[in-house]
Design a protein around this ligand. Structure first.
Ligand code: SF4
Ligand code: SF4
Length: 757
């Protein structure tokens, strides 16, 4: 705990808005010897040497900086002792408006409400620092060896990249040779400048680079049997043709790729019914085998026909389930079929918009068939969406001009056999008319199902089970947050790359593999330093458990979004600090409140809440509303609103939290006991389009709201006094109104019945 704090006020940023001397005097009066000094500095950014000298001379063990948001220029303030911030600029002076809603025009004397708000924030800042301790080190010895699962294009690239960076590699491939899906590809789409022409895959060279490297151990005919431990200290058990090999591993690249969608889903388009309908993958094999090639080939990218049939099937299954809610579940083949339809609808989504692999693949195959037949074949590409990423646009344009390749946007409404050929019915075409295309062969896109969707590829020896959890959120693809953290899975230390992550062309798979290797290296080096990876990169805190009071209720182990907690032999939680992302969801869950971080804990936030001066006269002095704001989206959104002078009610007090998942119900009780009239939990969006950086934090918080509401109801406090509001980081223009609407609701409700008790 900090015992000698220096408090600095940044006059350049807040001097014109509030009475700073009064803030310093009030803090000194309240905290006595805890505050060793207060200083009003003309410009904080220029006072860093002075602060360093004070730390030395006065033996300060904490520095509290009152001025701009902690998100601004914090790199400047790296001292030998812990540093914390009081945000008096963006979320106080700049966000202030008068109680009647009129804008605040800075005056010589700050309005009482603004001065009180600033004072509350300073007192909260001191309390926070008082209850904070520098975390012990969680540094561990690490093994600098990377496990690459999958020996296809992405896995081979990742392995080569990792050894180039100085790490050893263990490569596990389930087949009897390296190369994966590329073995069956006649050529690659462009892999480099000028990005206009097909490229040879040169797979043999890529494989030779791996097999000839002493620092890479390759296991063929091998699958994972178990992965136990934590980043930096994993033990991988690999089943190699029936024999188990054990390897010490630091981190993992998951490059297991894809498998084709069950062909039955493309049956409505003729696949499996007619020998003249094949998938792109099958057609690639025909080209490699030098099989006789047809004269007219229709490449159909529009899969709406199949999708409609699948949707109808899913709707039928859903309606049946709803009608027979009480009836026993369908069993056996029928039950499996329904589950399969539902799961594959998501994978099918990638066919719907003709992903990059299919679009570029069709261009490549069309080109090859023309080449192989010396332009005697005619290729027709019929697409609804042509997805050509980035520079590959140049290849697309080249193919547009290529003799023998004809392409048009078209709705393909029927594919049928007619005598010795196929008829493809095309509507809404770019040619200005509907037509029936005659073809000798129809090539359909290959559905890419990520190998995580049905197969267990890593075999985690984790309490939460051997699979990646909840992959339906990502259409079955292994990722934890597409928007902010590509490569990250929900298992720290395991990074997905290539088509197990999303449908990618070969050039993109190479980039992906290199990105994932960087993450894998970063993770094991972070474990070595005892610090977190994304999103709290370099955070050296970790959850500490007071096991004496643990009731083994297992809520923490179940709710941890990253499976960081196992059970020991007695059933108590067993932390794995290197798996932990420091979100605090476990301590939000713990009913006994026995989990804490040295610098973020239940007592600390409770103490901050208790620092706020809550006026007894609700009518005259207004309500008080506590906002617990997620530091990832909500807090920056509030900062941006403040910077733009988009003010909100002066009756609010904001405390940043690591994630809404870390909000423990006791803080709401603390706020109500203190006399707050309402509490807002301001965090990321949840549900299908969730944006939570810790995956489930805001969703878990929403689930807990039900219990909180029931508790409040029992206490005679209206549950409407607590609300969870969702905000995205770019919704800074909306967040003040959201807050104001809530404050208006609380004002209408009247004072918290506990006020003044
Ligand atoms: S819930 Fe969050 S803080 Fe707790 S163990 Fe899991 S990752 Fe770490
Ligand atoms: S939530 Fe708390 S009481 Fe329950 S198992 Fe975890 S640490 Fe123990």
């Amino acid at each position: 705990m900090a015992e000698k704090i220096g408090v600095y006020f940044d006059l350049a940023n807040i001097g014109g808005g509030v009475n700073v001397q009064s803030l310093a005097d009030e803090a000194t009066k309240k905290w006595g010897n805890l505050i060793a000094l207060t200083k009003l500095v003309p410009e904080l950014a220029k006072a860093t040497d002075e602060i360093r000298a004070d730390i030395e001379a006065q033996g300060l063990d904490g520095v509290l900086l009152c001025g701009a948001s902690p998100r601004i220029d914090n790199e400047l303030y790296r001292f030998a002792v812990p540093v914390d911030y009081v945000n008096l600029r963006e979320q106080c002076v700049l966000a202030y408006k008068n109680p009647d809603g009129s804008p605040y025009i800075p005056a010589a004397t700050a309005p009482a409400n603004l001065q009180q708000m600033a004072q509350d924030y300073v007192q909260m800042g001191v309390a926070k620092m008082q209850k904070s301790t520098p975390p012990d080190s969680a540094a561990i010895e690490v093994t600098r060896r990377i496990l690459v699962i999958g020996g296809g294009w992405t896995g081979l690239t990742a392995a080569a990249e990792a050894v180039d960076m100085g790490y050893e590699v263990v490569l596990v491939e389930k087949a009897d040779k390296l190369g994966g899906a590329v073995i069956n590809m006649p050529t690659a789409s462009p892999l480099g400048p000028s990005w206009e022409y097909k490229s040879p895959t040169n797979l043999a060279d890529k494989v030779a680079k791996i097999t000839g490297n002493m620092r890479i151990t390759v296991y063929l005919n091998a699958v994972m049997a178990k992965l136990s431990g934590q980043p930096g200290q994993y033990t991988a058990e690999i089943n190699v043709a029936g024999e188990v090999k054990t390897e010490a591993i630091g981190s993992v690249i998951l490059a297991t790729g894809w498998k084709p969608l069950d062909p039955k889903y493309l049956e409505p388009m003729g696949l499996g019914k007619s020998s003249k309908v094949v998938t792109a993958a099958e057609f690639g094999k025909m080209l490699l085998a030098d099989a006789p090639l047809p004269k007219r080939v229709a490449f159909v990218l529009d899969t709406t026909m199949a999708e409609e049939a699948l949707k109808a099937k899913a709707a039928e299954a859903e309606a049946e389930a709803a009608a027979a809610e009480q009836a026993p579940q369908a069993e056996g083949a029928e039950g499996e079929e329904k589950a399969f339809v539902k799961a594959d609808l998501e994978s099918f989504a990638h066919l719907k918009y003709s992903n990059a692999v299919n679009s570029v693949g069709m261009l490549r195959l069309a080109n090859t068939v023309c080449e192989k037949t010396a332009d005697k074949s005619q290729a027709y590409i019929l697409y609804k969406n042509m997805t050509v990423p980035g520079i590959l646009e140049r290849f697309y344009k080249k193919m547009q001009d290529r003799l023998g390749v004809m392409m048009t946007k078209a709705d393909v409404t029927d594919i049928r056999e007619d005598d010795d050929h196929m008829v493809v019915e095309c509507k809404n075409t770019l040619l200005g008319q509907d037509f029936n295309l005659e073809a000798d062969l129809v090539v359909l896109p290959t559905g890419l199902v990520p190998t995580t969707a049905k197969d267990v590829t890593v075999q985690f020896d984790y309490r939460q089970g051997p699979e990646f959890p909840d992959l339906e959120l990502f259409d079955g693809f292994a990722d934890s947050n597409y928007i902010c953290f590509p490569y990250e899975t929900r298992r720290t230390g395991v990074y997905a790359a290539g088509c197990v992550r999303q449908p990618l062309t070969l050039d993109a798979c190479e980039v992906d593999a290199k990105g994932a290797v960087l993450k894998a290296v970063q993770c094991l080096e972070a474990a070595n330093l005892g610090v977190a990876v994304h999103p709290r990169a370099l955070d050296n805190s970790y959850p500490v458990f007071n096991f004496v009071r643990c009731t083994q209720c297992k809520r923490c182990t179940e709710e941890c979004p990253f499976g960081a907690l196992d059970d020991d032999e007695k059933g108590t939680p067993k932390p794995n600090p290197a798996r932990c992302r420091r979100c605090g969801t476990c301590f939000g869950a713990c009913p006994e409140r026995v989990i804490s971080f040295a610098n973020y804990n239940i007592d600390q936030i409770g103490s901050m809440i208790r620092q706020v001066v809550v006026p007894a006269d609700f009518k005259k002095e207004g309500p008080r509303v506590l906002i617990l704001a997620c530091e990832n989206d909500a807090y920056p959104a509030l900062d941006m609103a403040g910077m733009r002078r988009k003010a909100w009610s002066p009756y609010c007090r904001i405390i940043p939290v690591r994630c809404l998942g870390s909000v423990n119900a006791i803080w709401i009780s603390d706020a109500m006991s203190k006399g707050f009239d309402g509490v807002v939990l301001l965090g990321c969006k949840y549900g299908d389009d969730y944006q939570c950086h810790f995956i489930k934090g805001s969703e878990i918080c929403n689930r807990r709201m039900q219990n909180i509401a029931e508790t409040l109801d029992r206490l005679g406090v209206q549950p409407e006094r607590v609300a969870q509001l969702e905000v995205a980081i770019d919704e800074y223009d909306k967040v003040p109104t959201m807050i104001d609407n809530f404050v208006a609701r609380i004002t209408a409700l009247g004072p918290n019945p506990f006020k003044g008790m």
